[in-house]
Design a protein around this ligand. Structure first.
Ligand code: SF4
Ligand code: SF4
Length: 332
């Protein structure tokens, strides 16, 4: 692992000690790790890192996220899932009836969808809703052949840069030069980091504001783009407003994924979302967290809101927390 240690050391050398990463780190704010201290002293518990990437977005000098992912890999390198070899996804496939009951009907050509690990393994009905949403704005779509994990998770830190680039290029080559759309911002960001042009679904919907369908009646929503797409907040707000929603929250934040600080972060999210008919999220991982939150509020992935506006609520029946807002259209 000398190579990984060298990478870490090189990135730490570029740190100017400004403390911005710590100031903005959601884990630190909720009693988790201090990224600057972790980098320079290796003090704290690396498993408290959410891998949200906020530290690297605010840092102009180095790449703390890569340091965190590398340290996480060094801590738990024996946890690489063997099912990745069989499925191409980092998460094990959960038993979700929608996998067989709600299969998207693809077009023969159009934008190629990269669903990502979370949707593929835990919430396949979100891919169906996304296909409905894209068609509602006149965009044909099909699933990217050979799609799989974007290899952003820490488990892949031991792969060489050349192997990572080759893996990603091979996957995107299956689109034969057509546009590729990621339903998870982590996937698009990972592909973009290798100069591969993969669009994000929030961004694509925003580009098509004037084509979006409208709900019959207004809906009060709280929006949570997710930590990796916080910079798309204003685009997401304009999308939901164009569909006919009123946004009730003025603060957003991170769900904490599966870390120790998640319960504290989720409590904060619930407080800022109070008073809405439904929480609309821009991240598949957030969707699974919010939908599993005990006594939580109804939640929708952004494309489900678009699908609902054209009368397709098929995906909602697979949610754990039922949505019973005034705009709900009864399934056929
Ligand atoms: S990692 Fe970046 S943001 Fe954090 S202290 Fe160092 S220079 Fe500042
Ligand atoms: S990735 Fe997120 S949780 Fe981890 S150190 Fe950076 S800002 Fe903090």
């Amino acid at each position: 692992m000398q190579c990984l240690e060298d990478t870490i050391a090189g990135l730490i050398r570029k740190c100017i000690g400004c403390g911005l990463c710590t100031e903005h780190c959601p884990s630190y704010r909720h009693g988790g790790l201090d990224p600057h201290r972790m980098m320079t002293q290796r003090k704290g518990d690396i498993l408290d890192c959410i891998i949200c990437g906020t530290c690297s977005r605010v840092c102009d000098s180095t790449d703390p996220l890569t340091v965190m992912k590398s340290l996480m890999y060094l801590r738990r390198k024996d946890e690489f899932p063997d099912h990745f070899e069989r499925t191409g996804y980092i998460h094990p496939m959960e038993d979700c009836p929608s996998r067989h009951e709600l299969v998207p009907s693809w077009d023969s050509e159009g934008i190629h969808i990269m669903p990502g690990c979370v949707i593929r393994a835990k919430a396949p009905f979100l891919e169906y809703a996304s296909a409905v949403a894209l068609r509602s704005i006149g965009i044909g779509c099909l699933e990217l052949e050979g799609n799989g994990c974007c290899i952003r998770p820490a488990q892949f830190m031991a792969m060489s840069a050349e192997d990572k680039l080759s893996y990603k290029r091979d996957m995107i080559a299956n689109a034969s030069g057509n546009r590729v759309l990621a339903l998870c911002h982590g996937c698009s960001e990972e592909m973009n980091s290798s100069s591969l042009d993969v669009e994000n679904v929030i961004h694509l919907l925003h580009e098509n504001l004037d084509r979006l369908p409208r709900l019959d009646k207004k809906l009060s929503v709280a929006i949570e783009p997710g930590c990796q797409a916080e910079h798309l907040l204003s685009e997401m707000r304009e999308v939901v407003e164009a569909i006919g929603c009123t946004v009730v929250n003025d603060r957003i934040g991170c769900c904490g994924k599966d870390t120790r600080v998640s319960s504290s972060l989720m409590k904060e999210r619930m407080e800022e979302c109070s008073g809405c008919d439904v929480i609309v999220v821009g991240c598949p991982k957030c969707f699974t967290k919010y939908d599993a939150y005990p006594e939580g509020m109804p939640v929708m992935f952004l494309t489900e809101l678009v699908a609902m506006a054209v009368g397709d609520v098929s995906s909602l029946k697979y949610h754990r927390i039922p949505f019973s807002g005034s705009n709900r259209i009864a399934p056929p």
